[in-house]
Design a binder for this molecule. Structure first.
Ligand code: C2E
Ligand code: MG
Ligand code: MG
Length: 235
């Protein structure tokens, strides 16, 4: 897999799919999240959960991440001005520090205004050796790029993380959305996350929204945006 991945970029086997994030107040599309796919000539389409960890271990993640940023920014530059783009960034890629240059290059080449780009990063970025990554993220934020905390609620979910970096968006993990209408405790947790984000002036996106009852619950709780199969699959 590692060998094949080395050639995947050059052979144009990588592709981005885009999934809408929609405002709950007006149903307008706020942005699309770019989701990476690998169309392997023999194995077919491979999900990022399969090959991103291999790219991280083998050091290929920087090149892969650079390609994703370039491709996503170039694509978004052709969209209407009101539609933004979100790009996932591996904590490993952020820790290597090269991320800031990759972002600057992608913005310069595409002409995309920095305000239309949001980077999604998970809390793993804080767990070990966070200093380099946080410095890089601060540099990127200073450009005007937005930073989102992805998969919030899983892992450690330390409240200290929302203090260590001024996130613009908090993405409530799918695991919570799934249980939102069946478990009272989950509903209370989501309610608290939304209230916390609101108090800190951070926008909230609920991930993995699949049905109407979840939409109702999230609207009741004051969540800003939804993303999931209910509105659109990654396209
Ligand atoms: P993520 O950033 O949390 O992305 C959301 C995942 O949930 C996507 O899986 C998406 O297809 C899936 N999803 C969206 N709506 C629904 C729904 O309603 N129901 C269900 N069951 N699933 C839904 P995907 O595309 O397989 O990506 C998995 C993870 O791989 C992403 O999680 C992200 O952490 C990572 N990833 C994706 N693209 C990239 C990339 O370009 N670079 C890096 N470093 N990581 C990426
Ligand atoms: Mg994401
Ligand atoms: Mg997520």
């Amino acid at each position: 897999i590692e060998q094949a991945l080395r050639h995947a970029i050059a052979r144009s086997e990588l592709a981005l799919h885009y999934q809408a994030q929609v405002g709950l107040a007006d149903w307008r599309i706020v942005r699309f999240e770019a989701l990476l796919r690998w169309r392997h000539p023999q194995l077919g389409t491979i999900a990022p959960s399969e090959f991103v960890p291999i790219a991280e271990e083998s050091g290929l993640i920087d090149r892969l991440g650079e390609w994703v940023l370039r491709e996503a920014c170039a694509e978004a530059a052709r969209w209407p001005d009101s539609v933004h783009i979100a790009v996932n960034v591996s904590p490993k890629q952020a820790m290597s520090g090269s991320i800031a240059n990759s972002v600057e290059t992608a913005l310069a080449e595409s002409g995309l205004p920095p305000e239309r780009l949001e980077l999604e990063i998970t809390e793993t970025v804080f767990v070990s050796e966070g200093a380099t990554a946080i410095a890089a993220l601060r540099r990127i934020k200073a450009l005007g790029v937005r930073i989102a905390l992805d998969d919030f609620g899983t892992g450690y979910s330390s409240l200290a993380y929302v203090r260590r970096f001024p996130f613009d968006t908090l993405k409530i993990d799918r695991a919570f959305v799934r249980e939102l209408c069946t478990r009272e405790d989950t509903r209370a947790i989501v309610n608290t996350i939304v209230a916390l984000a609101r108090a800190l002036a951070i926008e909230t996106v609920a991930e993995g929204v699949e049905d109407q009852s979840q939409v109702h619950a999230l609207r009741e709780q004051g969540c800003d945006m939804i993303q999931g199969y209910f509105t659109a699959r990654p396209l």
